[in-house]
Design a protein around this ligand. Structure first.
Ligand code: PAF
Length: 292
């Protein structure tokens, strides 16, 4: 039987519907900013497989954009997104207006301090994580799900949210979900549609670069020193500069997957994370490299 998805824009109405649904089983929650792609829909399907009711939020959160132009350019198509949520098996879509989330006089922030929010994205997008944690804390509080699903493509966001949930004892399980990729390996992202055909071709070099990190690590010798984070990072930077000369690199970092601190000598595993602008579009991606 096909379920008719319900769109709610108000917090009170959403809470009412979730309270009713909770009586029948677990609530799964997928927070999004819309412009849905297969990556989001995979989260929705996983939530559907594990929970009785699935709530998707679609809210382009203004406070996490440090660049106003980026916020203006963010793709929006609510009707299309709702249809995709319905197909993927969601039951409720929460699509509030900004005033519903940030009414006049709003002046509270939830922040996670320390390296988790100061490195990588935190360094290049000041204020970004405060915007994310404040809105995610609010959404978790509004929806009160049993499980909330987050993609590993935004690895740093996942770690920051996990920290916040642990620190604030929020009664929700954060479920990490593997990055979904195009057939050529490019990580799915709402920004991909902004790539020109030329930039789209070049962007495939990013997952290639991440896979090369594993090869470089595998081939480490005493002379090459390529079991060291900074050495791998330097190799990858040179490779990218030589192959995609116009690419603007924010970072290519080899870090501890949990603390996000740079690692010198890699023992068992490390995360290689990158943020690169190709044809003016900023893309992020990451992968774990490990000792075989
Ligand atoms: O990952 C996103 O789309 C956003 O950062 C989130 C978690 C929906 C918060 O606005």
């Amino acid at each position: 039987m096909e379920i008719m998805i319900e769109k709610l824009t108000g917090i009170a109405a959403l809470r009412y519907r979730v309270r009713e649904a909770r009586a029948t089983g677990a609530i799964g929650f997928v927070p999004t900013m819309g412009a849905l792609h297969e990556g989001h829909l995979t989260l929705v399907r996983q939530a559907r497989a594990e929970c009785k009711t699935v709530v998707v939020s679609i809210f382009v959160n203004p406070t996490q954009f440090n660049d106003k132009k980026d916020l203006e350019k963010y793709p929006r198509d609510l009707e299309r997104d709702i249809a995709l949520c319905q197909e993927a098996g969601a039951h409720l879509v929460f699509a509030p207006e900004p005033e519903e989330i940030y009414p006049d006089g709003f002046c509270t922030a939830v922040t996670v301090d320390g390296p988790l929010t100061q490195t990588l994205e935190g360094k290049y997008r000041p204020g970004h994580f405060a915007g994310v944690t404040t809105v995610v804390a609010k959404l978790l509080h509004i929806v009160q799900p049993d499980r909330a699903y987050f993609g590993e493509k935004d690895w740093q966001q996942l770690k920051v949210v996990q920290r916040m949930v642990a620190d604030l004892n929020l009664p929700v399980e954060i479920v990490p979900c593997a990055t979904v990729r195009e057939v050529d390996g490019l990580a799915m992202s709402s920004r991909n549609i902004r790539l020109s055909p030329e930039a789209r071709k070049q962007a495939v070099f990013l997952p290639y670069l991440l896979n090369t990190a594993q090869d470089i690590f595998d081939a480490a010798t005493y002379e090459s020193q390529t079991d060291k984070g900074p050495v791998i990072s330097a190799w990858l930077t040179t490779l990218l500069e030589n192959n995609i000369p116009g690419a603007e690199i924010d970072y290519i970092a080899v870090i501890d997957p949990e603390t996000l601190m740079g690692v010198d000598e890699i023992k068992d595993r490390a995360l290689v994370a990158l943020a690169v602008k190709i044809g003016g579009v900023r893309l992020i991606d990451n992968r774990i490299i490990f000792k075989r």
